[in-house]
Design a protein around this ligand. Structure first.
Ligand code: AMP
Length: 186
């Protein structure tokens, strides 16, 4: 199983990905979490990512793609993977397709968790206190991330619709309701 979970920041991708990975024995790969590890380890990539994440902007495609390529090599002993936060641009999606094709693999399902922009702001502000992420604590960064999502990530909907892989779930319900909707599709 090669799954992609799409959705705006705060849509609940991380929470749902954890449940999905457990149920279907998948490796949950979150680019945001991997980038935060790079920042913590003060690597070259981490130094570049830190400034961009702080501004609510995307890390350059080639850096994220090569980080993912080396991460795929480490995925073993599972029935597939679940990508959370990647791809975030059409260019990344094309790179992912090429990367998988080299391994004789392909994306099999793309699920998008849909929530309105105002709910995004509420949810992110709510989790800021719990997770302590600096990019969650500032309203102007949240607005920038929403704008980045609409301009750069939303075009992926059409990209995956054309491939017949795309499905949507309503993300406005409780964690359990959204989880059941996702499981029903899968
Ligand atoms: P997330 O934890 O998914 O909300 O990601 C936090 C931040 O990491 C984003 O706002 C981006 O700055 C960066 N990031 C995460 N995934 C990607 C990606 N696929 N491409 C570029 N930047 C990313």
């Amino acid at each position: 199983m090669k799954l992609i979970l799409l959705g705006a920041p705060g849509a609940g991708k991380g929470t749902q990905a954890t449940a999905m990975a457990e149920k279907f024995n998948l490796c949950h790969i979150s680019t945001g979490a991997l980038l935060r590890e790079e920042i913590k380890a003060e690597t070259e990539l981490g130094k570049i990512a830190a400034g961009l994440i702080k501004e609510g902007k995307l890390v350059p495609n080639e850096l994220v793609v090569s980080m993912m390529a080396s991460h795929f090599e480490k995925v073993k002993g599972v029935d597939g993977f679940l990508l959370d936060g990647f791809p975030r641009t059409v260019e990344q999606a094309i790179s992912l397709d090429n990367l998988l094709a080299e391994r004789g693999e392909a994306v099999c399902n793309v699920l998008s968790i849909m929530i309105p922009d105002e709910m995004i702001v509420e949810r992110i502000q709510g989790r800021a206190a719990v997770e302590g992420r600096a990019d969650d604590a500032d309203i102007s960064i949240i607005r920038q991330r929403i704008a980045t999502y609409h301009s750069q990530t939303e075009p992926l909907i059409e990209y995956y619709q054309e491939k017949g892989l795309y499905k949507e779930v309503d993300g406005t319900g409780s964690i359990e309701q959204v989880r059941e909707a996702i499981f029903a599709i899968l």
